[in-house]
Write a protein that binds this ligand. Sequence first.
Ligand SMILES: [Zn+2]
Length: 292
Amino acid sequence: MKIFFISIARTRNAYNCPNLCQHFLFSFVLMILTDTHTHLYYETEEYKLTESMQRCLDNQVSRLFLPNVNSKTIPLVFALADEYPENCFPMLGLHPCDVKDVPNEETDNFVVELDNIRQEIAKRKIYAIGEIGIDLYWDKTTFAIQQQAFKTQIAWAKELNLPIVIHCRDAFDEVFKVLEDENDDKLRGIFHCFTGNTEQAQQIIDLGFYLGIGGVVTYKNSGLDKVVADIDLKHLVLETDSPYLTPVPHRGKPNESSYLIHIAQKVADLKQVSLEEVATMTTENSQKIFNV
Ligand SMILES: [Zn+2]
């Protein structure tokens, strides 16, 4: 709550005028944008992270969902969530690119990793199992164990009644096959960083999942703009996936969650609605998914 008031105070200073239009002020201040997928915690310089969080709050990006990627990154996620308990919400899972038979400097054998992550989940509240899924872009040789890890973590989500956050790269049919096999009335979540076509979007919607829309929607020639224009806002949530996939006009620089406002504005332009409407709808969708 403290942060929220600081945000109001800053906004008042920014518009330091006694005849300020109250309607404008409050519609602006009360807009809440939700970044449903950010690795903001990768920034380990304390002052840079603090500044980055402040820029989020200054841009009304006041809800951030943080996925780890392996057991090493869990302390970073929890540290940021502890520092900003009103704003940052942890999610835990084993990223498909970190599903390995042979340990490396980043990650242990996947069975050990899954065991470690499951133990952390038992210790404190998290809001989703993620990010999990299948990635055949970086490594096809681990496909079988990626499937296995994905299914194991889907079972956790069902057991704990949590949504899943899916990472899917060059593996739409493979991910979809698992979801169809595992589908029941408990299975729900987000297709993070959706970049597929209209038909794939419809398949996801039919399964009751949400589409996570990120910076790619701002890229010329991505084709995602036309797909998003045809999808009802009730199926969409927004995300940055920072520090990756930086939206225009910051493309080329590292991404950060405060840039979510550019993604929201692009979606508003495509849907021909106001920025506030996009913020309200996508934040409400995130509340339905995460129960917070
Ligand atoms: Zn991610």
